[in-house]
Design a binder for this molecule. Structure first.
Ligand code: HEM
Length: 476
């Protein structure tokens, strides 16, 4: 019992940091039937590590689950069954197995597990990321793909003009960045009671419900204000409608063939911020880190930028599209540091997968982090940052080749690929063109930034990247 207590409290000891610990692992609703079916001895189940009663394999996870799960997979194989408390989790760790899950049998794996927290803070999961695969999800996705182009421009304008909604409101009450952070923390919370019902009291002590209610109230009143502002100025006087204007017109358009009410509108807005902000930021942060660790790549990139955009101080989006080395640098950063390392899916019907029987209701984690460092796909230098490997390669961001899936693959692939790449690439080229970058002191006193990962739903740097820019133009 002592050991159990230790494991359970480990998630909560230090508030938000520890709550985020198990990160992506917690997108889950509990379907106990699945247990009964996986316990059937006649089934051919994937290999499993030995597990403890009650807590299953939870004790084998570290602060960085994508790493500890990979270590287990190296011993038990690319399809491995583990248990969080009483819930079976299928872990997928090779491009070949991921191809079977995300391409060949994608339809059966097209749902996502939902915890009680997710149901509460995301309006029953009516946002895109958690709505079940079906008509509502399809309609929202089609509309969103068109709208996201607008969002890119919007975000870039906001960056250039100063983030309108990133600070406190006029009354100094609500800080939107703080709201997003709280949501990320809640999404990363490990709801002990859902995996181990006898420990549900821990969730009560931690006031999970109270935190959820507080987050919902704050985000709702903030988003309501934003929507109301847009209703007053309905876009008629604007040169270009923004993302909220377009969502409002979708809401008014009764010919869409699906219900899209005000709560849905607000939850989609939130979805965009949750899905898009920290992932894109994390991509930029890791790309700068790797460029500073590899000055030869930084110089090559600066050369490419200057030859494609020799005259302007500000590099434009259309100039960026021609930069093949930049594209290779971003791909390599996403390969080694996928902002979402574990992709959560939920199996909706029993399947045979590579000869194994997997029961409906099993939660699935596709370990993109492990797949993208697999030496059998990437060669012996798989752990090294080498953008050149992507030059003249047909690999794209669309998850066609399952060895590279930073945005996922199949039906539930990320709808924000273009948005995030456009934003990240424009920002990066402008930073790199105008400045030379160095860190004052690295972890070894060598001026090289470290690669330590934070714990959380999105794997960003643990320590902030403190850098010193100097004008790059004095060297040209
Ligand atoms: C570097 C930036 C980004 C990365 C690495 C990333 C990664 C991902 C991944 C891995 C998934 C899961 C895909 C799967 O299960 O197959 C996902 C889903 C999603 N992403 Fe992104 N994303 C990024 C940026 C964005 C942006 C900018 C937005 C919106 C503005 C966005 C919105 C979403 C949404 C709504 C989903 C859920 C889609 C669904 O379930 O149908 N993401 N993203």
């Amino acid at each position: 019992m002592d050991e159990l207590h230790e494991v359970a409290t480990a998630y909560y000891n230090n508030g938000s940091m520890e709550q985020q610990n198990l990160a992506w692992l917690f997108f889950r609703a509990m379907d106990v039937d699945v247990l009964k079916r996986t316990a059937n001895n006649n089934l051919n189940l994937p290999p499993s590590p030995w597990r403890l009663p009650l807590i299953g394999n939870l004790h084998q996870l570290s602060l960085h689950p994508h790493r500890s799960i990979r270590s287990l997979s190296l011993r038990y194989g690319p399809l491995m069954l583990i248990h969080f408390g009483r819930v079976p989790i299928l872990v997928v760790s090779s491009a070949d197995a991921a191809h079977e899950v995300m391409k060949i049998q994608d339809l059966k794996f097209a749902n996502r597990p939902k915890s009680q927290v997710i149901k509460k803070i995301l309006n029953g999961g009516r946002n895109l990321a958690f709505s079940p695969y079906g008509e509502y999800w399809k309609q929202i996705k089609v509309n969103l793909s068109e709208l996201l182009g607008t969002l890119t421009v919007d975000v870039i304008c906001r960056l250039a003009l100063g983030g309108k909604y990133s600070g406190c409101d006029e009354r100094g009450e609500i800080n939107f960045r703080h709201i997003i952070r709280t949501y990320m923390e809640l999404l990363g919370t490990f709801p002990v009671g859902e995996y181990i019902p006898s420990l549900a009291w821990i969730d009560r002590i931690c006031n999970l419900d109270g935190k959820v209610k507080d987050a919902i109230n704050k985000s709702d009143s903030f988003l309501e204000r934003v929507v109301q502002e847009h209703e007053v100025d309905d876009g008629a006087h604007k040169e270009r409608s923004d993302f909220v204007d377009i969502l409002l017109s979708v809401q008014k358009d009764k010919t869409m063939g699906f219900e899209f009410n005000r709560s849905d509108l607000k939850i989609i807005l939130l979805d965009m911020f949750i899905g898009g902000t920290s992932t894109t930021f994390t991509l930029m942060e890791w790309t700068m880190t790797e460029l500073m660790r590899h000055p030869e790549c930084m110089s090559k990139l600066q050369e490419e930028i200057r030859s494609n955009s020799p005259h302007n101080l500000y590099v434009k989006e259309e100039e960026v599209e021609k930069m093949t080395y930049l594209n290779a640098v971003v791909k390599e950063a996403l390969r080694l540091h996928p902002p979402a390392p574990l992709l959560p899916r939920l199996l909706t019907e029993d399947v045979k997968l590579k000869g194994y029987d997997i029961a409906a209701g099993t939660h699935v984690f596709i370990n993109a982090w492990a797949i993208q460092r697999d030496t059998s796909s990437w060669g012996l230098d798989a752990e090294e940052f080498r953008p050149e490997r992507h030059l003249n390669s047909p690999l794209d961001f669309q998850g066609q080749d399952l060895k590279f899936i930073p945005f996922g693959s199949g039906r539930r692939i990320c709808p924000g690929i273009r948005t995030s790449l456009a934003l990240a690439e424009v920002t990066l080229v402008n930073l790199v063109k105008r400045f030379n970058w160095r860190v004052e002191v690295g972890p070894l006193g060598d001026g090289i930034p470290d690669l330590v990962e934070a714990v959380g739903i999105d794997v960003c740097r643990k320590f902030p990247l403190i850098v010193f820019p100097s004008s790059a133009f004095s060297f040209t």
